[in-house]
Design a protein around this ligand. Sequence first.
Ligand code: ADP
Ligand code: ADP
Ligand code: ZN
Length: 214
Amino acid sequence: MNIILLGPPGAGKGTQSQRLVERRGMRQLSTGDMLRAAVKAGTPTGLKAKAVMERGELVSDEIVSGIIGEELDSMGPESGAIFDGYPRTEAQAQALEKLLSDRGRTLDHVIELDVNEDALVERITGRFTCASCGKGYHDKFEQPRLPGTCDKCGGTEFKRRPDDNAETVRTRMAEYRAKTAPILPFYEAKGIVSRVDGMADMDSVTEAIEAIIG
Ligand code: ADP
Ligand code: ADP
Ligand code: ZN
């Protein structure tokens, strides 16, 4: 099973990917997480990506498709992939076709998280994650059960992304509208797109996704 979660920043791609990983043992391939790891490690890719990410613009297609290829190569053929935040452009969608077919994989579903843009700024500015395990939280919508302690790993340090501010979010939304939303017709023509109401509560979104992937 290989699926794409598609939606603007804050739509819930990461949240739902983490749940699928836990429930189904699938692998989350988040180009955003991979790029942030590269920035932190100071690799050549990270050095190129840092300023672009801080502006909320898109990193080059070659870089992100390259890291997705490496990640796919590190996976066993039996583990399913959840593409979270990739592809984001027409060129990436084309690259993914080849990356998958070269490895004997096929794309089963493209799930679009349909959200109201007005809600996204609040989702993004309230987002934080566990510094140890990466579990996602929100100031208002998903706080740790025990304040200051991660539900999943018991960690007590949390972090916020430098690009999760109201100003950068606007650029990221504009990038989504201009470059990412236009790839939907390509997948619609293949008959593999499903739409989920991303404004519903997190559990309802998970149920809707489970119903699609069966
Ligand atoms: P994305 O990966 O698409 O950018 P996230 O999954 O990180 O989005 O979600 C953004 C923020 O909104 C997170 O803080 C998350 O806890 C919260 N969130 C995710 N899904 C929902 C939802 N259905 N309702 C309310 N808040 C949500
Ligand atoms: P979000 O979860 O809010 O949608 P991501 O974590 O997926 O954000 O991405 C953060 C940033 O990393 C993007 O604004 C962009 O600069 C870069 N990035 C991530 N994935 C891609 C991609 N597939 N193509 C180009 N840039 C990307
Ligand atoms: Zn944790």
